[in-house]
Design a protein around this ligand. Structure first.
Ligand SMILES: Cc1ncc(COP(=O)(O)O)c(C=O)c1O
Length: 372
């Protein structure tokens, strides 16, 4: 059996090598590297895929969040409700804008923001303090959050809603794909993400014409049509043509890759469901399976055992955001019990579209061997 990689970008490259090489060579010859026709083509393809009216590509998933918050006018005085169990970027952009991240516990089954805890947290603030505030829901490990409920909560509380779909591009709820589940959706094309490029990249999806126009302007220093007319404060969050070409190539095989991720996860679920806590699956909510994450009490022992057996694993995430040194000051001491429990129990197993069945059975066999 071949060695098992946590993700395998080399195998994926072999599958698209000639297509991607041809496009990259055309870009090198064109001399147009930042924004331009290939970036526009990728944006159109992404809008077609998600059915979102606007796709604004940007330089990373972090910037996608940053420009979205900036476009909404989030800043000093704003509160932004986020799950405590997430990647740093979700909290970081809020703090950078001078707003306050408000940490909410997550749901024990989905690992996504708990709607009950969200309502409790929102109710801690007088309405007058939430006049320019927002919720960022995160689709952890690829599973879309409960947007049917979260959209209602946002509307009833007068809060903006952003979906941080850095890990869930390709996921869906019913017939609606990620990109259409929330008024604003951000994603990341970081190399290990389900749809990824060969560097940093990201995108914002929205049906809102005004927000789209503002984000387009903000990603290019707040300009409109005239490059030397700055109508608002912006930044440099532009996407580049080389990364756009990679996205176009990978989109061609993306659905096939998603179904391979799904098959691998199904084997893991089947093999491990009575052994450890396995990820929740429903017919209605489809995960993009960015990561296959199990939970077990002796997580560290299991990890050591798997490492000894040449099986790479990752801990996403070892600490809640409220426990991180830089963010402790935003935490008011509310219990975040589920988030903290998950941090001590979660373990992500290797999962990528190029794993063989043998490899998947080998990994699950080793997990069983240890737990059994
Ligand atoms: C949940 C989440 N949000 C945001 C980001 C940031 O994306 P990027 O690394 O492209 O800036 C990531 C990346 O890992 C993420 O997992």
């Amino acid at each position: 059996m071949e060695p098992i990689n946590f993700v395998d970008l080399k195998k994926q490259y072999s599958a698209i090598e000639s297509d991607v090489n041809e496009s990259l060579s055309a870009i090198l010859k064109s001399g147009q590297f930042i924004l331009g026709p290939v970036v526009e083509e990728a944006e159109e393809a992404l809008s077609k895929y998600t059915n979102a009216k606007h796709t604004i590509s940007v330089s990373s998933g972090t910037d996608a969040l940053f420009v979205s918050l900036l476009a909404l006018g989030i800043g000093p005085g704003s509160k932004v409700f986020i799950p405590a169990f997430t990647y740093t970027a979700t909290a970081e952009v809020i703090a950078l804008l001078g707003a306050e991240p408000a940490f909410v516990d997550v749901d024990e089954d989905t690992y996504n923001i708990s709607c009950e805890s969200l309502i409790t947290k929102i109710n801690q603030y007088p309405k007058s303090e939430l006049s320019n505030s927002a919720i960022i829901a995160v689709d952890l490990f690829g599973l879309p959050a409960d947007y049917n409920t979260i959209c209602d909560i946002a509307m009833n509380s007068g809060l903006y809603l952003i979906s941080d779909a850095a890990q869930s591009f390709g996921g869906s709820i019913g017939s609606q794909k990620v990109g259409k589940l929330s008024p604003i959706t951000t994603t990341s094309f970081y190399p290990t993400k389900p749809l990824s490029c060969y560097g940093d990249g990201g995108a914002v999806f929205t049906d809102d014409d005004e927000i789209a126009m503002k984000i387009k302007s903000i990603r290019s220093h707040g300009i409109t049509d005239n490059p030397y007319e700055n109508v608002r404060i912006g930044t440099n969050a532009r996407f580049d043509a080389i990364q756009a070409a990679v996205i176009l190539s990978k989109l061609k095989i993306f659905d096939e890759e998603l179904s391979r991720r799904e098959s691998t996860s199904s084997i893991y679920n089947q093999e491990l469901k009575n052994i450890v806590e396995t990820p929740i699956t429903t017919n209605q909510v489809k995960s993009a399976w960015a990561h296959y994450t199990i939970r077990t009490r002796d997580r560290d022992g299991l990890r050591e055992f798997l490492t000894k057996n040449s099986i790479p694993t990752m801990i996403y995430y070892p600490k809640g955001m409220h426990e991180q040194t830089a963010y402790q000051k935003y935490h008011n001491g509310d219990p975040l019990i589920v988030s903290e429990k998950l941090c001590s129990e979660v373990l992500s197993l290797p999962l990528h579209p190029y794993m063989s069945e043998n490899q998947v059975y080998y990994v699950s066999g080793k997990v069983k061997e240890f737990i059994g």
